[in-house]
Ligand binder design. Structure first.
Ligand code: SF4
Length: 704
């Protein structure tokens, strides 16, 4: 008779690592060294025991048969996906030798790190890697694909200090979700919005697409993409003309009101209606409701940022709360991102060690990876690319140019990955990395104010190593023997928490080891701008900004047509008349993460192009037909879904799909623009024009 044995069981606290504002706290149940259950922490005030459709099945990811569990060396052509297994010593020696050769011939700036927040924690995203590349003297990467333009625009108007806490939206009575699909991309804010609505709040969604969130709102406005600044100016025109503004707040806490008033004369409702495609009466109604309902909050997130004039859009919208005095109220103002509170509090510099950075090293904007890899005049050219926490073959704009660069035979590419992504398929070495349940991290959040400790719940799978350990070992091979290259992850976490900032008061390593997470020590009633005190040069909201004038830019809020728009480039718009929105609309994907997992991909089905009935009819496209979406940068083959999800003149498709897993072998980023925004160095990939035609399939490719 077999002897039964008690199973060793434990619950380990951690944090979701994804680039999502919610940064959920989770609990992992481990039995005999195997993670058997992963669930949201029921005690965490923001997570409230719930994860999302993506992460509920995180353990599928951890134990996927497709995980890369050993170092790999390329054994075929780039992109072919043929690799041979090698030892860690062979892989790290191979990488270090190649880097040394490149430094000798072209200098260290011929090496480019490429990373973002595929893993968003402080240690695995901005720790030993940053120290390594700084000491190496590699080109610096401007990680501007997200947030940069919005941050720059908001900073011009009101400085960069967050003005409202997410939970305080329960006090709001007029809520504008501006270009954000909260139910899909910011799920854990939704219960707070629901609570506000139960108390009588009106929910307005401004979005060209009829998203899940828009469908759930009281009121959905659908301006043409890229016209948000015009709408905000139109609202301000009405508010000022009808004397609905807070004259006292404006007088005491803003500068440039008279100049703003003169500028607003250019934006009467009729003109704004023409620009935005909205009814003038609707614009007036929105302005009146916003100005006369208290507290009123505007929640913009990522959607309207990635545009030619994304910074100006945010700068303009950020004027509205000051104009109506919304900052006075708890639950009023502009609710953008919270990560600056975390970074003010933490001693992040002790982790990153920016002092190691060599002066004068060139910076390369990650938005333009394709251009950089294929630029014949770049000196020195990029000869080595080291990718981690990112899959640029899927998420970077101008995908065909990125792939052309990755296929260069003279480019040495190393990819730290969990799966053989489209980027990893082009690598010379693929180095297996741990998932979040296998390593330490300290997780900040851009959507709330809780700091979360992520503890490893299980031993690393196969031979996988944390990013931090891979850069630690590479540093030793490159001869970096200073003690900072031997610090453990736990030591780095302790350093990050070693801060006298009042927001970190009472938060120690021991405390978050015990509790798993801790709220930053912020005032219960957080209204930092109730009586002014903005972090601008004048200390006030700057309707007119001298700092922008000094850069030769328009110092006042304005609407400027996008480069790719009928007003910005009529010739281009005649060839490609439809505005493309490549949105994070998938419930089961997060950017390009999870696209390869069967359960997640089955749940998503196939990528669809949303097309308005008028645009479909004029092109002879029927619902469900295969169509080709194209412009000068590329083409994508998808099935058309005809309906009112988009307004006429706009098409939408999901972003994030891997080209190799897409029906026609390319995905949305084959179409997107890789220009740079007006301020902050952000991308403009949401300002993309396309045309659509019915696809005529040959027998070899399948039936229409
Ligand atoms: S992806 Fe976002 S919503 Fe989903 S579990 Fe992670 S933090 Fe929470």
């Amino acid at each position: 008779m077999p002897v039964s044995r008690a199973r060793a069981s434990a619950v380990v606290r951690g944090a979701c690592p994804h680039d999502c504002p919610d940064t959920c706290a989770w609990q992992v149940t481990v039995e005999d060294g195997v993670a058997v259950r992963l669930a949201g922490d029921p005690d965490h005030p923001f997570t409230r025991g719930t994860l999302c459709a993506k992460v509920n099945h995180f353990l599928d990811r951890v134990y996927s048969p497709d995980r890369i569990l050993h170092p790999l060396r390329r054994a075929g052509s780039k992109g072919e996906g043929k690799f041979e297994r090698v030892t860690w010593d062979e892989a790290l020696d191979g990488v270090a030798d190649a880097l040394r050769r490149i430094i000798e011939t072209d200098g260290a700036t011929a090496i480019l790190p490429y990373s973002y927040y595929g893993t968003q924690g402080l240690i695995q995203a901005t720790g030993m890697d940053r120290r390594f590349f700084a000491r190496l003297g590699a080109s610096r990467l401007e990680r501007n694909v997200c947030t940069a333009a919005a941050r720059a625009g908001i900073a011009v108007t009101m400085g960069n200090r967050p003005g409202m806490l997410p939970e305080d939206i329960v006090h709001s009575r007029f809520i504008i979700l501006w270009g954000t699909n909260t139910i899909v991309t910011n799920l854990h804010l939704w219960p707070f919005i629901r609570e506000a609505r139960e108390a009588g709040a009106t929910l307005v969604v401004i979005d060209p697409v009829k998203t899940r969130t828009a469908t759930a709102a009281n009121w959905h406005l659908r301006p043409m993409p890229g016209t948000d600044a015009a709408l905000a100016l139109g609202m301000m025109h009405v508010i000022v003309a009808e004397h609905l503004y807070d004259a006292d707040y404006v007088a005491r806490h803003t500068v440039g009101f008279d100049r703003l008033r003169a500028r607003l004369a250019e934006y009467p409702s009729e003109r704004v209606a023409q620009i935005t495609g909205l009814d003038a009466a609707e614009i007036i109604r929105l302005a009146r409701a916003y100005a006369t309902t208290r507290p009123a909050v505007i929640r913009p997130l990522v959607g309207m940022e990635h545009r030619t004039h994304g910074a100006m859009a945010f700068r303009t919208i950020a004027c509205l709360p000051a104009l109506v005095g919304a900052w006075r109220d708890r639950g009023g103002g502009l609710l953008h991102m919270t990560h600056r509170l975390h970074f003010q509090a933490l001693n992040a510099a002790a982790v990153e060690m920016p002092e190691l950075q060599q002066p004068g090293v060139r910076a390369i904007n990650m938005v333009q990876l394709g251009r950089v890899l294929t630029d014949p005049d770049l000196r020195p050219p990029i000869r080595a690319l080291i990718v981690y926490n990112s899959n640029p073959a899927a998420i970077a704009p101008n995908q065909n140019l990125v792939l052309q660069g990755l296929r260069r035979d003279d480019l040495f590419t190393v990819v730290l990955e969990q799966f053989l992504t489209d980027t990893a398929r082009h690598a010379d070495y693929v180095l297996p990395v741990t998932t979040q349940v296998e390593h330490w991290d300290l997780n900040w959040s851009w959507g709330h104010t809780y700091l979360t400790l992520n503890r490893p719940a299980i031993a690393p799978c196969g031979e996988a190593l944390p990013n931090s350990e891979i850069f630690r070992r590479l540093a030793q091979r490159m001869g970096f023997h200073d003690p900072c290259y031997r610090e453990t992850d736990e030591e780095m976490i302790r350093k990050a928490l070693d801060s006298r900032h009042p927001y970190l008061h009472g938060i120690t390593f021991e405390r978050i080891m015990q509790d798993g997470w801790a709220s930053l020590s912020l005032p219960e009633d957080y209204r930092p701008f109730a009586d002014g005190g903005f972090a601008t040069p004048s200390g006030k909201v700057e309707f007119y900004a001298e700092s922008v004038a000094a850069q030769g830019l328009d110092p006042l809020p304005a609407y400027v047509p996008a480069r790719e728009s009928p007003a910005g480039d009529p010739v281009l718009a005649a060839r490609y008349p439809l505005a493309l929105i490549a949105a994070k609309s998938g419930l089961h994907f997060l950017n390009s993460t999870y696209v390869n997992l069967p359960r997640h991909r089955r749940a998503e089905g196939e990528p669809l192009l949303d097309l308005h009935p008028e645009d479909a009819a004029s092109r002879g496209i029927r619902d469900g037909a295969r169509v080709r979406v194209f412009n000068d940068r590329g083409s994508v083959e998808v099935r058309a879904r005809i309906g009112d999800r988009v307004r006429s003149g706009v098409v939408a498709m999901p972003s994030g799909w891997w080209a190799s897993l897409s029906p026609g072998g390319s995905s949305a980023n084959a179409l997107t623009s890789d220009g740079i925004s007006d301020l902050g160095g952000g991308g403009d990939f949401h300002d993309t024009l396309v045309e659509v035609e019915q696809q005529h399939w040959t027998a070899a490719r399948g039936s229409p």
